[in-house]
Design a protein around this ligand. Structure first.
Ligand SMILES: Nc1ncnc2c1ncn2[C@@H]1O[C@H](COP(=O)(O)OP(=O)(O)OP(=O)(O)O)[C@@H](O)[C@H]1O
Ligand SMILES: [Mg+2]
Length: 338
């Protein structure tokens, strides 16, 4: 578009001089008239170019608007009740009955025959092989995907009758892939509640990342992300935990968010969390069985099903899949030490 406009603007000058020059030589117009005509063209060129430019901007705007509207008008697949259940109290009692679920774009069931009960104040752990469905369950609790009626109940209410805003306001969720915004660390921690920015170090301490932050060039004011310093995977994970704590919701879900720290630190953080946040309900997903052995109940996932459940000692006594995994991890740890 732009080269074309430029080309025609210049051509108008060339043509005016060529034909106008001829007319001056043939004494059809005076030289003064040619100069006048030529300068009028000069004055017209810029407004003409501006019109072309405006047309161009409008076209681009239209294309972007269409793309935006596609997102704005997309319907959520989960069913939402009319009201927001705002005044309801959230206790965090979760009951899952014979849940089965497959992702919208997939044929295979990601979860089948899932029966889970989580009582308020409990710490529950989900363990199991990769791809066994551990992360899928929290996503359903948070209403990221639609489930059928009568499968998930929160405080006795079917999840499809609860508003996603109500549920998400009351659950702190640390996803498996941590994400930090390109802003100072303290703002990353107090992201949901900017007025809690003063308390950022307190949350960072519980998440075991306070010392790491103090070593950064500008401490809590250090810019992270694309434009700032790059944190290690483990530091990022712990900052996201601090962010979840700043939200101060009665229910916390940690989805394998300590995979990048060593076992001792993971265990220390989880115990730290339990001691600091009394009365909160927690779901902890982890690859490391040792880190979650204090959980009130452990569910072992395999290929979308729960194959064993109970506390650490009960599961060991079964001498089944959990026992096998635990022994394997103990041996691995010993080998690493040597
Ligand atoms: N968005 C998605 N669309 C389709 N299938 C998915 C999607 N997310 C996960 N799955 C499938 O669902 C199954 C369970 O995945 P999930 O992420 O719950 O496993 P996981 O137990 O959390 O594994 P990991 O320990 O590696 O985190 C897998 O077979 C996976 O391929
Ligand atoms: Mg996962």
């Amino acid at each position: 578009m732009f080269p074309l406009i430029q080309f025609f603007a210049s051509m108008s000058g060339v043509l005016a001089i060529y034909f106008g020059g001829k007319m001056v030589i043939n004494e059809e117009i005076t030289f003064g008239q040619l100069v006048m005509f030529y300068s009028y063209i000069g004055m017209l060129v810029w407004p003409m170019m501006a019109i072309g430019w405006v047309v161009n901007v409008i076209q681009r705007g239209k294309a972007s608007y269409q793309r935006l509207m596609e997102i704005m008008n997309s319907q959520s697949s989960v069913s939402e009740p009319e009201s927001e259940n705002e005044n309801k109290e959230f206790k965090g009692h979760i009951k899952i009955n014979n849940l089965k679920f497959k992702y919208p774009n997939s044929e295979k069931y990601a979860l089948q025959n899932i029966n889970v009960e989580i009582k308020p104040g409990e710490m529950v752990a989900f363990v199991g092989k990769i791809g066994s469905g551990k992360s899928t369950l929290p996503k359903l609790l948070l209403k990221f995907y639609a489930v059928e009626d009568n499968m998930i109940f929160i405080d006795g209410q079917d999840i499809n009758k609860l508003h996603s805003k109500f549920i998400r306001d009351n659950i702190s969720y640390v996803p498996q892939e941590s994400f930090l915004f390109s802003m100072p660390i303290e703002d990353n921690i107090s992201f949901a509640y900017p007025d809690r920015v003063e308390k950022a170090p307190e949350f960072a301490r519980i998440a075991n990342v306070h010392e790491d932050i103090l070593e950064l060039p500008e401490k809590y004011k250090t810019l992270v992300g694309e434009r700032g310093v790059t944190l290690s995977g483990g530091q990022k994970q712990r900052v996201s935990i601090a962010r979840a704590l700043a939200k101060d919701a009665p229910f916390i879900i940690l989805d394998d968010c300590l995979s990048a720290v060593d076992t001792e630190t993971e265990e220390a953080i989880i115990n730290n969390l339990r001691n600091n946040i009394i009365n909160k309900t927690m779901i902890v997903i982890s690859h490391r069985l040792k880190a979650v052995r204090n959980a009130d109940k452990i569910y072992v996932f395999d290929d979308g099903k729960i194959i064993e459940q109970g506390n650490h000692n009960e599961l060991l006594a079964l001498e089944g899949a959990y026992y096998g995994m635990y022994m394997k991890q103990l041996i691995e740890e010993k080998l690493e030490e040597e």
